[in-house]
Design a protein. Structure first.
Length: 55
């Protein structure tokens, strides 16, 4: 009586902007995870303190 809806699958995308997007994601996530461990003069080089709104 009821017809099962067809499944939808994402299409693989290739091209210049997709490569740029992927590179930007890796770069930004890398900065997000690595920068807190960098130190400058014995202090944290990059500070992400969101509750105190210090950047």
């Amino acid at each position: 009586m009821y017809v099962k809806p067809p499944k939808i699958y994402p299409r693989e995308i290739s091209g210049r902007f997709q490569r740029l997007r992927t590179a930007a994601v890796f770069w930004l996530l890398g900065m997000f995870y690595v920068f807190p461990w960098l130190s400058w003069d014995g202090r944290q080089a990059v500070l992400f303190d969101l509750p105190a709104r210090k950047f």
